[in-house]
Design a protein. Structure first.
Lengths: 172, 116
């Protein structure tokens, strides 16, 4: 048309590259399972009945200017038993752990803690799963590492391991 | 007798309200993906995750939340992937428009060739 042949080829390549990039970034988004949506966001101020005492507690009143962990657990959940020693270790490392007792029987939860030790600083009862939805959780166990500014820096679906303990200890 | 009719009326109202909640909840959960299942909607699934979401949706409907508010909350927590029909974004519009653009460009080039 009005452009020289070299320019036409240059603009064609530029146009095709733009189209390629558009398709690449639109179609290669991970849409199947975005498990880390809440990572990088502020943790909601969860408020619920405490398992340890007879009062309503809220997350932001329990922790103060420190790195802490939120762990969803239940006495009926077998993988929770596997991860429990790691939680006890984290507690020995002086990291505050807030438990979310998911759809559990109060007595069974207390028995579970008596049997396997209680690593939790406070436990909020999540009788209908609403606290877990608020955390963007998928099930039990699930663990969130939260920084001093209440920002979720990491999360683990399933039982935590040595690697998670190390990461949490490094952040402290 | 008057009390009987009043009670009957109240009962009918409650049933109709519960029906409305159920219908709306079903509509919403049919458009939500069960993220721990294989290709099932929250409505179809009986997993713990799906049951929690169903309960949450019903609760929010009773609180007079709109469908949009419920979807938005869940998208904030679980990402766009929880929706079976993802919302329209610049990227999705562009993906629809680019092939059409190419089609018309092709016709334009073809016509120029034929005339030339």
């Amino acid at each position: 048309m009005f452009l020289k042949k070299e320019f036409r080829i240059f603009y064609l390549i530029l146009f095709l590259t733009a189209i390629f990039l558009l398709f690449y970034f639109s179609l290669f988004d991970k849409k199947d399972f975005q498990s880390r949506t809440m990572v990088g966001k502020e943790i909601p101020n969860l408020k619920a009945q405490s398992l340890l005492k007879d009062e309503i507690v809220s997350l932001k009143n329990i922790v103060n200017d420190e790195v802490f962990i939120v762990n969803i657990f239940a006495s009926w959940c077998a993988p929770c038993k596997i991860e429990h020693p790691f939680l006890v270790k984290l507690n020995q490392d002086k990291i505050k752990i807030i438990g979310i007792n998911y759809k559990d029987n109060r007595k069974n939860a207390q028995k579970f803690l008596k049997k396997y030790k209680n690593p939790y600083h406070e436990i909020l009862i999540d009788s209908d799963g609403e606290l877990s939805i608020n955390l963007g959780a998928f099930g039990v166990p699930e663990t969130f590492l939260v920084d001093k500014n209440f920002i979720i820096i990491d999360k683990k679906i399933g039982p935590i391991d040595d690697q998670f303990v190390k990461k949490a200890s490094n952040f402290k | 007798m008057r009390y009987f009719f009043l009670l009957l009326f109240l009962l009918m109202q409650t049933i109709s309200l519960a029906d409305d909640v159920m219908t709306r909840s079903n509509q919403i959960t049919k458009n939500l993906r069960c993220l721990v299942c294989d290709g099932q909607s929250v409505y179809e699934s009986n997993s713990n995750f799906a049951n929690d979401i169903k309960k949450y949706v019903k609760k929010e409907i009773v609180k007079n939340k709109t469908d949009h508010e419920i979807y938005n909350f869940l998208k904030r927590k679980y990402g766009e992937s929880i929706m079976f029909n993802p919302s329209v974004t610049f990227k999705s519009i562009a993906l629809w428009l680019v092939p059409i653009l190419f089609f018309f460009m092709g016709i334009y080039i073809l016509l120029r060739r034929i005339r030339g």
